[in-house]
Design a protein around this ligand. Structure first.
Ligand code: GTP
Ligand code: MG
Length: 461
């Protein structure tokens, strides 16, 4: 799990830029960079004062050639991101300078950092726990303010503190049970079933509160996957364009205009919406259109939200009925478009068909109703949200699974308690709850899982 060595990688984004930063971490950082750094005073970097920036050149000693003009800063272990010695080289942005400096670093003993290896070291060296390390990745990839704020909160330890408190409560129970079993004969304050029941009920409540936030949390982190579906020509692409406020998808009066799915991301009042405009669903012999419709069906199955559009100027068709059948158990909004034309739709019969689903009427031609759709989406997100003062939301499926596993074990324990089982029996359930909770912070998580989590990071983070 822990790979030795001094690692180096570009820490800034690749491409043309004012500066690029190369980060080096590990016990040989100073020795390695000292070999390729020089300045007017012929200073030795091994004598550098920590956290002070030094101006100079990176040189290729074999060719006695200046590679780039740089600023170098040394940060001394353990007060660094990884708790190891770190050096950052600020060079000119652009791929050539960075590549050349990295090659020199590799020549003199560093190796290329794996994805997420800096943050992994911060975790393995005990500076942050696993949920905080995961928050680092969320911060970097956040697309909205809300997503960033929630990740920042997690990095600061809001989730860790909460979970650690539950771990403490669980460990306390385990210790009390063990003492009571081991010293059954002695006159000590033994655990009672009542006491265990109270404590387990408390933890159960805390777990439930946290798990409740997961739905909103997922949406904030990953965005809402939304698809626009409907028959050809009802105005799906027109809606896509209206939401994006740009002419993105081709709109024509020809049925079957959109053949391939068009995916875009947009920000609705701080929330990320991943929206797909699809090929209209109908029977067709056209091979391209057929493939497009198959795609639509796939996207439909994966969506968090379906925007189902019908045409007010035509009565419902067989295709409409098929889609109505498909959205029955899904989160969906029904959009009746083209309300500027003569109405051919019987609203009452539709209401019967779609039961409790909301309906919004639009005329995209006249620009009416799009704000209602946006409002519906934002309300839908807030519906699931438990109001928390702090931005503490479960955004990560891994955390949610671990907490659900802890909850199930606590429920088992409560059941054993109510049927007055032996203490060692109850202890087993509580121990499993402890293991599940520890997966969130990384205390009890398996090595291969840790490796897998960090492999999703970007290089240099
Ligand atoms: N009268 C009227 N026409 C509309 C409205 N919305 C869209 N249209 C027109 O309807 C036609 C089809 O619109 P699109 O947005 O291409 O429809 P689509 O559902 O994407 O169609 P396909 O890609 O073929 O499945 C175009 O000529 C639009 O200008 C509306 O509210 N009222
Ligand atoms: Mg279209």
């Amino acid at each position: 799990m822990f790979k030795e060595g001094t690692i180096a990688a570009i820490a800034t984004a690749q491409g043309e830029a004012g500066i690029g930063i190369i980060r080096i971490s590990g016990e040989n950082s100073l020795i390695i960079v000292d070999k390729i750094f020089t300045n007017e005073k012929k200073m030795r970097l091994v004598k550098a004062t920590p956290r002070k920036m030094y101006y100079g050149n990176i040189v290729d000693p074999e060719q006695d050639k200046v590679v780039d003009e740089v600023l170098v800063v040394y940060m001394k272990a353990p007060f660094t991101y990884t708790k190891e010695d770190i050096i950052e080289i600020n060079c000119h942005g652009g791929i050539v300078s960075i590549r050349r400096i990295l090659e020199l670093l590799f020549r003199y003993g560093a190796r290329a950092a794996e994805p997420g290896e800096f943050t992994k070291r911060a975790f393995l060296n005990g500076r942050i726990d696993l949920s905080q390390a995961e928050a680092v990745m969320d911060l970097v990839s956040a697309k909205t303010d809300k997503g960033f704020d929630v990740a920042m909160n997690q990095l600061e330890g809001s989730l860790s503190i909460k979970v650690k408190k539950m771990i403490e409560e669980v460990v306390e129970m385990l210790a009390h049970i063990e003492v009571s079993i081991d010293f059954a004969e002695e006159d000590i304050d033994k655990v009672t079933l009542k006491l265990l029941e109270d404590k387990c009920t408390k933890v159960e409540g805390e777990l439930l509160d946290l798990i409740k936030t997961a739905e909103t949390g997922k949406i904030i982190r990953e965005g809402i996957k939304t698809v626009i579906v409907g028959r050809p020509n009802v105005g799906k692409s027109s809606l896509m364009n209206a939401l994006l406020k740009e002419y993105r998808a081709i709109v024509t009066e020809v049925a079957g205009t959109t053949r391939d799915a068009i995916e875009e991301q947009l920000n609705i009042k701080g929330f990320l919406l991943k929206i797909v405009d699809t090929a209209g669903i109908r029977e067709t012999e056209n091979i391209i259109e057929k493939i497009g419709i198959e795609r639509t069906k796939e996207l439909f199955n994966k969506a968090d939200l379906i925007l189902f559009m019908i045409d007010a100027s035509e009565s419902l068709t067989k295709e409409d009925m098929q889609i109505i059948e498909l959205i029955k158990n899904r989160k969906a909004l029904v959009i009746i478009n083209k309300t500027d034309l003569e109405n051919k739709i019987d609203l009452f019969s539709i209401k019967d068909l779609i039961a409790e689903k909301k309906i919004v009427k639009t005329s995209l031609k006249e620009g009416r109703g799009v704000d209602k759709i946006e409002e519906y989406i934002v309300n839908m997100i807030y519906e699931g949200e438990v109001k928390t003062k702090e931005n503490l939301l479960l955004t990560n499926a891994r955390h949610k699974n671990a907490l659900e596993c802890a909850l199930a074990s606590i429920k088992d324990a409560l059941e054993s308690i109510s049927s007055e089982m032996a203490l060692d029996f109850i202890e087993i359930d509580i121990r499993i709850a402890w293991e599940c909770l520890g997966e969130v912070t990384g205390e009890t998580v398996r090595e291969d899982i840790i490796d897998q989590i960090f492999s999703n990071f970007c290089v240099g983070k």
